[in-house]
Design a protein around this ligand. Structure first.
Ligand code: 5GP
Length: 132
């Protein structure tokens, strides 16, 4: 059975898309730690990030870098924090999270509740940065 993230890539489950190319897909995390919290995934369904082929893993970092640059233009923050957990969804992904302090990237914190309109607005603004 396909992972929930493969279903997102295939459009079976909706997502607030940020960016896509032949091999990678980026979309807003539905339970964000911060506005702009984004997940980057390979389209290939591999559970563990460090099982990815060397080239795919390297290129995923470069793809994530482009996305991170766009997020930080839209969401005021000190840095884009990067995290890999994979404890919930068995499809490799990198979390990109706008942060101002260490506490901002604590996954034990309560998640933000954003409206559909807020998600759509954030995603549209980040996409616009990417398209410039
Ligand atoms: P992890 O596997 O890294 O521990 O956590 C999975 C992450 O994926 C969580 O931050 C969770 O909010 C996010 N997530 C789980 N299911 C969905 C989904 O259906 N859509 C989106 N956009 N994010 C999801």
């Amino acid at each position: 059975m396909s992972s929930i993230f493969t279903k997102i890539v295939e459009g079976e489950i909706p997502s607030y898309k940020i960016a896509e190319d032949e091999r990678f897909y980026a979309f807003l995390d539905i339970n964000p730690l911060a506005k702009g919290h984004t997940l980057v995934i390979p389209k290939q369904e591999v559970d563990y990030l460090f099982d990815l082929d060397d080239n795919l893993l390297a290129d995923m970092s470069v793809f994530s870098k482009k996305v991170a640059r766009a997020i930080e233009k839209v969401i005021p923050c000190s840095r884009i924090g990067v995290a890999v957990l994979g404890l919930e969804v068995p499809h490799a992904h990198i979390h990109l999270i706008p942060i101002n302090s260490e506490a901002d990237i604590s996954f034990s914190r309560p998640k933000l509740k954003l409206s559909r309109e807020e998600f759509m607005d954030i995603a549209a603004r980040i996409r616009q940065e990417l398209n410039q």
